[in-house]
Design a protein around this ligand. Structure first.
Ligand SMILES: [Zn+2]
Length: 151
């Protein structure tokens, strides 16, 4: 199954506090996971796979940490969390250059938007092909009934 948490685009908003941003993202993911688990008539969530785009500027370790805290006491407690990082991939509308861009790891960009430019022609008209997502790629759920033994 696929479920997106695209409303998390609010990362443009100045949080002023890095971990606040991570907590917010973790909350959105937890909500998506638990809703999906419920829809599947779930027992426990065994594994959650997340795709984290570089543009989200979220530390995967922080995200995992907060997700574990938030899922505590829910059907998602103890679930294995796998985070796959997606690089920022763009296409330049001016010259057609296509490739990966390095997202600067500078706290200033938690306060202001980072405007990427084309490495070939310096144009700022870039089309984002990938790397701005924060998506729950898949969720593995254990059946509610049956053996409840940890493998
Ligand atoms: Zn260009």
């Amino acid at each position: 199954m696929r479920a997106t948490a695209r409303e998390s685009r609010t990362w443009w908003r100045p949080w002023g506090c890095e971990s606040m941003h991570d907590v917010t993202a973790a909350r959105q993911i937890a909500r998506t996971v638990l809703q999906a688990a419920e829809q599947q008539g779930a027992g426990r969530v065994e594994k959650v796979r997340i795709v984290l785009g570089a543009m989200q500027m979220i530390d995967p370790e922080q995200l995992e940490f907060w997700l574990e805290q938030i899922l505590r006491g829910s059907a998602g407690e103890g679930a294995e969390i796998e985070i796959r990082r997606n690089p920022l991939t763009v296409r330049c509308r001016a010259c057609g250059w296509e490739g990966e861009l390095e997202v600067p790891d500078d706290p200033i960009y938690h306060l202001m938007p980072w405007i990427p430019e084309c490495p070939a022609c310096r144009a700022e008209e870039l089309q984002v092909l990938g790397g701005d997502e924060l998506t729950v790629e898949s969720i593995r759920v254990r059946e509610a009934e049956g053996a409840d033994e940890d493998a």
